[in-house]
Design a protein around this ligand. Structure first.
Ligand code: PLP
Ligand code: MN
Length: 372
């Protein structure tokens, strides 16, 4: 029989490395986020760059979310094809090929929204829409730099200038402002994160106010991630928050925000070699677990992970110290908690979602590899 895991199979029967999700923990993360954020009256538009899954996007909507964000146009293409079309594309769309793809997508799905942070970028999209004869102006958000220094026009005069220019373009319609404070998501300490976030929200609010004073209609003010959404949602002028990682978490986020959300996703791996009395090799290396935000951790305490290369990692433990990690043997299986959830998910084809070790659902990572 060909290898083909099915619902009802035991996690123990999965080949490795496999990406597995503890359904109860994931659902509790979702419930916590909704319970905290929905009563604020803000829209919750989860960032789908994390899950890259239409099924999970739909589940979040069922739980109270309103649409989703995607980072990339190619993610939007996949989500639209799978019937999830209420999307904000949070990265600037620049370059002739991408602009053309955007126009094609927009022809079919008028519910997508974009962000712009430059006159050149806005003009290119406007011209492509004009050339394609698309009558409806594309809903556009001014992307504002609230301190991240990644994208976004500077607050104040530059933002006003850009909005004034975009308003002259017939094929774009300003509907709001995005001001994402990504640099603050992992600030350690609740109070510090809150204070810095509210400072960023002040910059955002000031710019929104002056845009309105200059006659722009700002219906959407969107911001926030897993580390800050609860603070952003207290700000009067914010209409929408965009957390992504909260559903699964990772060690980097856990270290910053604590145990508010559980680590609900792990990479199941197998011990394939023993290299010493207290060191084994597992079949999960750089192609299964990312390392940009530190190294993954073994879910069972007492073991330290190290990267050996593309396909391999080590787990070591302190010799002779009972309780610190029992001896691992060839064939043993371990669960690894990713250090950075989004790029880790992008390394895997499917999620195996289980309850108490029995697979209940299997979800494809639909937008895996969609980086364009
Ligand atoms: N919004 C934007 C624009 C982002 O780039 C990200 C993540 O990088 C998020 C929201 C979601 O953040 P998180 O996954 O940290 O919740
Ligand atoms: Mn990330």
């Amino acid at each position: 029989m060909p290898y083909s895991p099915k619902i009802g199979d035991a996690i123990a029967s999965l080949d490795t490395p496999s990406m597995i999700v503890d359904l109860d923990l994931m659902k509790s993360n979702l419930k916590k986020a909704m319970t905290q954020l929905l009563p604020t009256g803000k829209n919750i538009r989860p960032h789908l760059k994390t899950t890259k899954s239409a099924i999970l996007a739909h589940k979040m909507v069922q739980a109270g979310a309103k649409g989703g964000c995607v980072a990339k146009l190619s993610e939007a293409e996949v989500m639209c094809r799978l019937g999830f079309t209420d999307l904000l594309i949070t990265c600037e769309i620049v370059g002739a090929a991408k602009v053309q793809r955007l126009v094609e997508l927009y022809k079919k799905h008028k519910s997508i929204r974009i962000v712009v942070d430059s006159a050149e970028g806005a003009l290119a999209i406007d011209q492509a829409l004009a050339a394609a004869g698309v009558p409806e102006p594309m809903p556009t958000l001014i992307d504002l730099d609230v301190g991240l220094r990644r994208t976004g026009v500077q607050p104040g005069f530059p933002a006003l200038e850009l909005a004034r220019y975009v308003a002259t373009l017939n094929h774009l319609k300003i509907v709001g402002v995005q001001g994402y404070e990504g640099h603050l998501q992992h600030v350690h300490g609740y109070e510090d994160r809150k204070r810095q976030c509210l400072e960023s929200m002040w910059i955002l609010t000031q710019t929104v106010n002056s845009l309105e004073l200059h006659g722009h209609q700002i219906d959407v003010v969107t911001t926030g991630g897993t580390g800050t959404a609860e603070f952003c949602a207290t700000v009067r002028r914010v209409t929408e928050v965009q957390p992504g990682s909260f559903l699964f978490m990772d060690t980097d986020y856990r270290n910053a925000v604590g145990a508010k959300y559980a680590n609900s996703l792990t990479i199941l791996a197998t011990v394939i070699s023993k290299q010493g009395s207290n060191v084994v090799t597992i079949d999960a290396g750089l192609k299964s677990l990312t390392t940009d935000s530190g190294l993954a951790e073994c879910k069972t305490p007492g073991y330290t992970y190290g990267v050996l290369g593309d396909e391999h990692g080590t787990l070591t433990w302190e010799e002779g110290e009972a309780g610190k990690g029992k001896e691992l043997r060839i064939g043993d299986r371990v669960e690894m908690v990713p250090s950075h959830i989004d790029p880790t998910i992008n390394l895997h084809d499917v999620y195996y979602a289980h309850r108490n070790g029995v697979i209940e659902e299997i979800w494809p990572v639909d937008a895996r590899g969609c980086v364009q």
